[in-house]
Structure formats: C-alpha cells, structure tokens
Design a protein around this ligand. Sequence first.
Ligand code: ATP
Ligand code: MG
Length: 348
Amino acid sequence: MFSSSQLVVGVDIGSHSVKVCQLKRADKAYSIVTLGSAILPEGAVDDGALNDPEIVASAISSLFKNLKIKKKKVGFSISGYSVIVKKVNLAVMGEKEMEDHIMTEAEQYIPFDIQDVYLDFQDLKTNKDGYERTDVMLVAAKKDIVDDYLKMLESIGLQATIVDVDGFALENTYEYNFPKTENVALIDIGASKMNINIISKGISVVARDIVVGSRQLTDRIMGQFDLDYEEAEALKLGSAPAGDKKKELQEIFRSVCTQWILEIKKAIDLYHSNFSDAPLTKLVLSGGGSKVAGLADFLTQETGIEVELFNPFANMKFSKRKIDPDYLKNIGPEMAIASGIAIRPSVI
Ligand SMILES: Nc1ncnc2c1ncn2[C@@H]1O[C@H](COP(=O)(O)OP(=O)(O)OP(=O)(O)O)[C@@H](O)[C@H]1O
Ligand SMILES: [Mg+2]
C-alpha cells in the first residue's frame, strides 16, 4: 500500500533515552533498516517537556550519524500532560461540518484554552442503521510543547511529518503483530511514566498515563543506600553486585512493583466494569521498566491474567549481519513506541 520512501523514521524521546527506528515495507510486511538508542542526561527531558533541547538534539543527531540514517522525515510522539485524548459522541455529519463543529465546541470537551492547542480528530464511524450518532476521537496537544519538539528537530535538519501519541503508537505496532480479535491491555513502563492502553475488539477503550516508572526504583536505591544516580542505576540493573544489599533491594523492588500493579489493576477493573462480556485475555508489557526481573510473574499472580513481554520485531525481517539478534531481543520492549511511529506512512 505505502512505499517505504513514505515511512518516517520513528523517534521516541523518553526521559531516560532516545530511541530511533527505521523500517522498510515490502508488500504487507515490514523489515528493519536500522535502530538504536542513546541515554540522555538526567533532567534533559522531564514530564514530556524538552528542558534541554540542545542536548537532546545532539543525542539524536549522533544517533542518526552512527546509524547512517539519511532520511530527514521523522515522526515523534507525545504523552502525559501535554496531550489530551478524548472520545466524544456526536451526531453523524460530514467531514467539514464536523471540523467546524469541533473547532467551535472544543472547549466544552477539553480543559485547555483552545488557542494553546493543536486539535485533531478522527471519526470512528460507530454509527449504525437507525443510530445516527458516532464516536469521535479528539486529540488536543499543547502547542508550546509540540513546537519545542519541531524546533529541536529542525535544528538538526529533521522534518517531523508525524506527531503521534505514545498510546496510539503502541496500539499501532501491536496491531501489526497480533490479531485484532483479542482484548488486551498494552502497558508501557518507561523511566518516569506508565502508559496503559486497553484494546477491545480492535478499539482503544481505556487510555491513561500514570506518573510511575523505573526511575522510582533508582531514586529509592539512591535514598536508601546514599548512592549517586549512576551507582544506583547499576545496582538496579544488576551490573553492580548487590552483595549485602540484596534483601533491602528486593524490598524496594517489591514495594515499587506493587504500586505499579495497583495502578494496572485499577485500569483493568475500570475496563471490566464496562465490558464484563469481553474479559481481558492478555497483558502486554513494554518499555524498559517491563524488564524488571520477576515483574511479569508477579503481575500474573496478582491479576490472574497472562502476561507477555512485547517484542515489536517478532514479525519483522532484518539482516543478522547488521543487527545482532540478541541486541534486538533485548532492546525490543524499549523500542515498542519508536517502532509504532516508524510504521506510520508520512502524510507529506
Ligand atoms: N532490567 C531492567 N530492570 C529494571 N529497569 C530497567 C531494566 N532495563 C531497563 N530499565 C529501566 O528502564 C528505563 C528506560 O526505559 P524506557 O527507554 O522505556 O524509558 P523512557 O522511554 O526513556 O522513559 P519515559 O517513557 O518514562 O519517559 C530506565 O529507567 C532503565 O533503568
Ligand atoms: Mg518511553
């Protein structure tokens, strides 16, 4: 359907690292051209905002150079407080009429000043014979945040032709890999936020961002053992030996993961209270935080639902000469959002 020249390079700018993913499309399948990530200094990206655009720009620029990416068209995604996604139910109307309606009525749906946001919408066309109303997905993104990203990317010669939302990107890459018939919760646990997107019969029905993530573990370890960030991160990842701290570390992991699981359960309960006839069949985890040892089993135990660690590249081809399969498997969960952006065809 779309030629590969129309695909954008997916750039996922997280608070811990930037992830870049370039794909190619042949017939219906995607293959990996290249991918990589670069860790950002603490605080460079915070709460979805670019606190230090120069540092982020230089990290992305080096990644593109190292990965030999020539393509200039990119997509990025936003999340958290800078974007609001809302489903509204409207009378059936034409595209232009709907646009006018949304532009004049948006303030009633969105708690932002309309002057301050970019608005987009999609008619989900849920109307049926004899039911002349339809669900419409509204997306409002803060202009200042989006403009900061556009400016930062422009400063290194990149043109963003797609602005995605983390939850949509996740859904996108999931849909490519799995049949649409399942009811699943997609859960991306990053360094500083968790994104939950519950998909029922191919439609997103619960979507939320929660301010928890793997950085919490690092912070707790720093506080408990009086360590600096690097030392605590190494202990967390197991790259520094735990020694006599093992027991206390386990406690920290257990207490933070319990908090994550409580948040996940709240979303699942909300879903089940509205869709009791379509129980969830699977929880699909992504993001660096999903790699916490034992988390998947703990989550299954607490929810009674099967848990799977997401590998967005499971159905994609790649050259083993260029990309190490072990590296790919390891980075897969963190790459979920970048890969979801990278399968978007560019609109320009
Ligand atoms: N095995 C592991 N156990 C625990 N944490 C891990 C593991 N591997 C990676 N992480 C953590 O995952 C986080 C990075 O994940 P990811 O790249 O998904 O975050 P991000 O996208 O940069 O952050 P966010 O989306 O929250 O802004 C870091 O905090 C890192 O320490
Ligand atoms: Mg992330």
